[in-house]
Design a protein around this ligand. Structure first.
Ligand SMILES: NC(=O)c1ccc[n+]([C@@H]2O[C@H](COP(=O)([O-])OP(=O)(O)OC[C@H]3O[C@@H](n4cnc5c(N)ncnc54)[C@H](O)[C@@H]3O)[C@@H](O)[C@H]2O)c1
Ligand SMILES: [Zn+2]
Ligand SMILES: [Zn+2]
Length: 344
């Protein structure tokens, strides 16, 4: 198969021929039809993810067709069209048994703990527990976004954030995750204020449902409190910047909820804990979304309340990955990029 491979962190990425993967007993092999280019792929290539061993094939936001099924898999067959949450749970550990595969103790992550989907084929583990059927009405590019950013935003806003109609939700960072969070919060009837220093991102944010947009002003907490009658009820950090974390927590109204989705440098200390105590704030993490929570999101996509395709600003070929992935460090496209021609 053709695949994008790197042999050192921050080194060159090459399109190479590799042996086709083989299905493990609990897994499947999927022919990749499309895959997203996510900020976490860039973090991986930079060397920020201890799960990655070299050489490595990135890619974790995929849709494709099952072409081989492991001997112990009972729920899936060749020809099924599927996506998979980027955190696939083992199904046997304590969190998995409680339905929390997104924090599984033995998690399989394509493109992190194993080779991923920036290739013509990808092997996935724990198939019965984690694959998600993709209806024909959802096209490949839209479906690819459901493996990570859109689903992660859905869990962050709905399950962890407990978004409510009429309440103010602030979204810090309007990249793939943040734009999805804006669309989802808006669909649930929240009033949305979106923050991003990039003017192109703010234009997209306004177009998909933000009521108010702001750049990362130095006086952001004050500006946020002013425009939301006393501070957001819910604030989502989807930037991965300690500055945004601090602004998010500082701006919340009493008993407000901060949900951390963006990945941060190790040992950052930007959460003002005095404020957390004094206002009884809730600080929550959010990590992917488990497969059994996909149906409610799929239903909203099928009836048009959510339109992930509106986040897409660019499609590229597999051959363009060696340039596009490192470029995210300095010249990132606004919106979402997906790879939809794996042979190209
Ligand atoms: N927790 C999870 O399960 C999970 C899943 C997917 C992605 N992530 C992480 O979420 C983050 C967002 O991912 P993405 O793909 O949307 O990234 P992205 O690079 O597409 O978007 C990030 C956006 O944040 C903006 N930004 C930077 N500093 C800011 C600040 N101080 N205030 C407001 N906005 C700021 C940037 O201009 C950019 O538009 C990344 O850290 C990614 O690794 C986490
Ligand atoms: Zn598990
Ligand atoms: Zn991702």
């Amino acid at each position: 198969m053709r695949a994008a491979l790197y042999t050192e962190f921050q080194g060159s990425i090459d399109i190479v021929d590799l042996p086709d993967p083989v299905a493990l007993p609990d897994g499947v092999v999927v022919r990749v039809e499309a895959t997203g280019l996510c900020r976490s792929d860039w973090h991986g290539w930079m060397g920020h993810d201890p799960d990655i061993t070299l050489p490595h094939v990135p890619g974790h936001e995929l849709v494709g067709t099952v072409v081989e099924v492991g001997a112990a898999v009972s729920q899936w067959k060749v020809g099924d069209r599927v996506t998979v949450p980027f955190v696939a749970g083992c199904g046997r550990c304590e969190p998995c048994l409680k339905g929390d595969e997104q924090v599984c103790a033995n998690q399989f992550q394509p493109g992190f703990t194993a080779w991923g989907s920036m290739a013509e084929y990808v092997a996935l583990r724990y198939a019965d527990r984690n694959l998600v059927r993709v209806p024909d009405e959802i096209d490949d590019i839209t479906a690819a976004l459901l493996g990570c950013r859109f689903a992660t935003a859905y869990r962050g806003v709905v399950a962890q954030g407990r978004v409510r109609a009429g309440e103010w939700t602030a979204i810090h960072g309007c990249g793939g995750v943040g734009l999805a969070a804006i669309m989802i919060a808006h669909a649930y009837g929240a009033r949305v204020v979106a923050i991003d220093p990039d003017s192109r991102a703010r234009v997209l944010a306004a177009a998909i449902g933000a009521d108010v947009v702001m750049s990362d002003l130095e006086s952001l907490p004050d500006a946020l409190r002013e425009s939301t009658d006393g501070g957001p009820h819910l604030s989502i950090e989807a930037a991965g910047d300690p500055v945004a974390v601090a602004a998010s927590v500082a701006s919340l109204r009493p008993r407000g909820r901060h949900v951390q989705i963006g990945l941060l440098p190790a040992n950052h200390t930007s959460i003002p804990m005095g404020t957390v105590i004094g206002r009884e704030l809730q600080i929550l993490g959010s990590h992917g979304m488990q497969a059994h929570r996909y149906p409610e999101m799929m239903e909203m996509i099928l009836d048009g309340r959510l339109q992930p395709q509106h986040l897409l600003t660019r499609t590229i070929t597999l051959s363009e990955i060696p340039q596009a992935l490192p470029e995210m460090g300095h010249a990132k496209e606004a919106g979402v990029t997906a790879i939809d021609r794996m042979g190209g």
